[in-house]
Write a protein that binds this ligand. Structure first.
Ligand code: NAD
Ligand code: GLY
Length: 365
């Protein structure tokens, strides 16, 4: 795979996303070119320890005094308690305002390390080294960093753009199959919301993508990064409604994650079924013909993702959907397709209409 580079243009907060393969050792030079501090603090989870050690060594070779915190894996790490432990480590180091925080891991580590970097000493530089497909195509780009409140996911957070993103797609070779497929849901999502060409590429190259062939993986990662970068440039702080299109299928997904019980469904699995529901809702409103939904179902199935839900009690699902509504200031917001490659935001859909698609869907068994 050829390396490639793109920029997220955000004025003085602009940064480069470098996509490469088999070159984690390149991180140190990339970092050295961007910050002049003498210390780096790597935050990683235990499942990516080998990758994190390569990153740490590369930082040392490029003149950084490097320290590392290795956390257990899992969503529970995104807490104020864990952030406080990491602040202690930064005080011990001691860190100064130029100390670079380097996140090596998936979205959990990226969000946690990003939150710590954003809040320590009013903001430290942050370098993202994503190691899951989801983190490569979504969470490492755009500056949303957060920990969870015990009753509200991602509720304690800020915007803090990284100084760079180093994506080495070969780190995906160690990612468990289910996590990889879950990340593919977000890739399919980009196709539906923004890019028919990407959707067709996944249709045509499904096997290469599932086999994680470097050229195919490189192609989808680069394209998704470009799409995310363009959205973030136009709506950095999620205010205009443009960035919200990234949440296609997500209101339903949150309902399924809640109904299935904590951890039973991976996020991408719930997003897959959520996209099908959102598309069914678009059908009901006459926005798209049935074939638009069926095409998504075929592709999601082909990459091994769920497209039907269990007969969970509707009231459980509604609790989660209403929590989304509260977080959005009382308005339910749905991103619905107009065709493959284009979506629109609706905030006037009655709850009964959304409920009507919360069912084991026809044609999707
Ligand atoms: P994750 O970080 O929990 O990683 C999934 C699992 O894969 C973990 O067990 C991890 O240890 C393991 N892992 C990671 N990389 C690996 C590798 N290369 N080899 C082997 N194992 C590896 O989950 P995720 O799906 O990457 O991220 C989910 C999180 O991202 C959620 O907390 C979500 O809220 C957040 N998120 C944030 C944004 C944002 O814009 N900030 C966007 C989407 C999601
Ligand atoms: N993952 C949604 C966003 O970055 O806005």
């Amino acid at each position: 795979m050829m390396s490639s580079s793109l920029r997220v243009q955000l004025g003085e907060r602009s940064y480069e996303i470098f996509v490469t393969s088999n070159d984690l050792a390149g991180v140190g030079r990339f970092a050295r070119e961007r910050v002049n501090g003498s210390a780096a603090f790597v935050i990683a989870d235990e499942n990516v320890l080998a990758h994190a050690k390569t990153v740490e060594a590369s930082l040392r070779q490029n003149g950084f005094r490097a320290a590392m915190a290795v956390r257990p894996s899992g969503e529970a790490q995104k807490s104020l308690e864990v952030a406080a432990e990491l602040y202690d480590r930064l005080v011990d180091l001691p860190a100064d305002r130029r100390t670079l925080v380097v996140a090596v891991g998936g979205g959990v580590i990226g969000d946690l390390a990003g939150f710590v970097a954003a809040t320590y000493a009013r903001g430290l530089p942050l370098l993202m080294v994503p190691t899951t497909l989801l983190a490569m195509v979504d969470s490492s780009i755009g500056g949303k960093v957060a920990v969870n409140h015990p009753r509200a996911k991602n509720m304690i957070g800020v915007f803090h753009q990284p100084i760079g993103v180093w994506i080495d797609t070969s780190t995906l070779t160690t990612l468990p199959e289910r996590e990889y497929r879950s990340g593919l849901a977000e890739v399919v999502k980009y196709g539906v919301i923004l890019d028919l060409g990407l959707f067709e590429y996944i249709e045509k190259h499904t096997l290469e993508i599932l086999r994680r062939e470097p050229a195919a993986v490189g192609h989808i990662v680069c394209r998704c990064c470009e799409l995310k970068a363009r959205i973030v440039e136009q709506d950095e702080r999620d205010e205009s409604g443009l960035r919200a299109v990234l949440n296609y299928g997500h209101t339903f997904a949150h309902a399924f994650e809640t109904a299935a019980g904590y951890g039973a469904w991976l996020h991408g699995e719930a997003v897959a079924a959520g996209m099908v529901c959102a598309s069914r809702l678009a059908e009901r409103r006459g926005l798209v013909p049935r074939e638009v939904t069926e095409r998504q179902i075929r592709l999601l199935r082909a990459v091994g993702l769920p497209v039907t839900i269990e007969p969970w009690p509707k009231d459980q699902m509604l609790v989660a959907m209403r929590a989304d509504k509260k977080a959005l200031g009382g308005k339910m917001r749905y991103i619905l397709p107009r065709r493959i490659g284009a979506v629109e935001l609706f905030d006037d859909i009655p709850e009964e209409e959304a409920q009507a698609v919360l069912t084991v869907q026809r044609g999707a068994s």
